[in-house]
Design a protein around this ligand. Structure first.
Ligand SMILES: Nc1nc2c(ncn2[C@@H]2O[C@H](COP(=O)(O)OP(=O)(O)OP(=O)(O)O)[C@@H](O)[C@H]2O)c(=O)[nH]1
Ligand SMILES: [Mg+2]
Length: 440
């Protein structure tokens, strides 16, 4: 493979920078720059060296040299730890480019690892998740994927379907065989139904895992002065938004991020919604409406006045959204309605709201500590697998022949292989890895 090079650390002044090189000529180009023999290295080795090119000293570096059979990409890899100056890093990269390497594209190191069979697609995607995770919990779950724990969830499906397909084959090819060794429609049907149940559980868990992986957007909406900004500040434990007794204080959307027991949450405090003559406030109200459209959960906030006409009107427009009704200023009233979350932003009494958010997402504790198939790609393929199984179930019920049922089962089998990235084409992989950054 062509030799690729990229800076793996940010192009900023720092203590050290790391440059990564991978490909057939990784060792031979490095030899030219450091003047030390590297070809023939059989296990990972640390080499101290001075790099120079065309008579110029580049830097004193530490080289981590991995032979192809012991590297992350499955090719010769050299990781150059140099002094953390963008200038030095660039000079080293330019020297590699002059000697035949080319600059890596996004995610190319990981995609090579994938195509060289060093990891499956779920593991490769986990690398991106680990780097982008914003809470320890989401990072820990991504680590499970990297270790292959998530991929393992799919093995029982592959095993069950291939066992079924094998029995069907026997039935089609050797109809004279013992009944016991052949697939029968009732046996297939029960196997398919069991798998569908397991798949449903996987999809449900994955949908929750999706929130842990990607976080949720939560918008605070309500009439002016009910305490939305005060609630935002209480949730963030920080005086981020301006609070005042004057209705119409907040105009722009104010954003903040928190980890809610490990769940990454992006909060959007918005302008109080009301009809107004004030041009700036009106623009603010428009932004509030946009923010609530995007939100996964809407916190519909009211105060001690309870359900006002405007509140009910707003509630009406939120049909079909996940809404938590929040009664703020509970220090001024006694809770008297169920299904409403009583809080006091002023006293910092917001625990019930945190619980309500978890409940609204049906989040169980185990999604923070166990693997799940939770990316959009994974969930889409799981749903596709389910459709294929449903089709197989329907064909069984219609008493179709084994070969027809078998085609749907094969479809389900292929979907699961696709989940793992088996049989992936180059275009398909390029699409996925383009979301990575250079150097990964
Ligand atoms: N007693 C009491 N007062 C509160 C509470 N939360 C907020 N307030 C007061 O209510 C007033 C309005 O609070 P804000 O947080 O600015 O209300 P808002 O909904 O953001 O208002 P707008 O930005 O104008 O839409 C302020 O005087 C707050 O001190 C609470 O829990 N209890
Ligand atoms: Mg406000």
């Amino acid at each position: 493979m062509e030799t690729i090079v990229a800076l793996a650390t940010p192009a900023l002044v720092s203590a050290l920078a790391l440059i990564r090189v991978s490909g057939d000529a990784a060792f031979s180009i490095t030899e030219k720059l450091c003047g030390k023999p590297l070809n023939g290295i059989e296990k990972p080795q640390i080499v101290h060296a001075y790099l120079s090119f065309e008579g110029r000293n580049l830097d004193e570096v530490v080289l981590l040299c991995f032979p192809a059979n012991k590297s992350m990409t499955g090719e010769e890899v050299v990781e150059i730890s140099c002094h953390g100056s963008p200038l030095i890093a660039n000079e080293i990269i330019q020297a590699y480019l002059s000697l035949g390497a080319r600059y890596a594209v996004n995610g190319e190191f990981t995609s090579r690892a994938f195509y060289n069979g060093k990891m499956d697609l779920i593991q490769a995607e986990a690398i991106n998740d680990i780097i982008n995770a914003t809470t320890s919990e989401s990072k820990n779950v991504a680590m499970l994927s990297l270790k292959g724990e998530t991929s393992k969830l799919l093995n029982p499906f592959l095993e069950k379907i291939s066992a079924m397909l094998a029995l069907v084959e026997v039935g089609i090819d050797y109809p004279e065989y013992d009944e016991e060794e052949q697939a029968t429609i009732p046996a297939l049907l029960s196997g398919i139904r069991d798998m569908k149940k397991d798949l449903d559980a996987l999809i449900e868990k994955g949908s929750c895992g999706h929130y842990v992986r990607n976080g949720v957007d939560i918008a605070l909406v309500g009439e002016p002065n009910v305490g939305k900004s005060s609630l935002l500040n209480a949730l963030l434990a920080e005086d981020k938004a301006i609070v005042s007794a004057i209705p119409g204080t907040t105009r722009d959307v104010v954003e903040g991020t928190i980890s809610l027991n490990g769940l990454p949450v992006r909060l959007f405090d918005t302008a109080g919604i009301r009809d107004t003559e004030d041009e700036i406030e009106r623009l603010g109200v428009e932004r509030s409406r946009k923010a609530l459209e995007k939100a996964t959960i809407v916190l519909l906030v009211r105060d001690e006045r309870g359900e006002t006409e405007e509140y009910l009107r707003l509630k009406e427009t939120l049909q079909g959204k996940r809404v938590i009704e929040v009664a703020n200023k509970s220090d001024l009233t006694k809770p008297n309605v169920s299904d409403v979350c009583y809080v006091s932003a002023k006293n910092g009494d917001i625990e019930p709201l945190k619980k309500a958010i978890f409940d609204a997402l049906s989040l169980r504790e185990d999604v923070f500590v166990t693997p799940s198939l939770s990316s959009e790609r994974e969930l889409a393929l799981l749903r596709q697998t389910k459709t294929a199984l449903e089709e197989a179930e329907r064909l069984c019920m219609d008493n179709m022949t084994l070969d027809i049922v078998s085609a749907s089962l094969q479809e389900a089998y292929n979907d699961i292989r696709r989940l793992l990235g088996l049989d992936a084409t180059q275009d398909f992989g390029d699409e996925i890895f383009s979301r990575f950054c250079v150097g990964k």
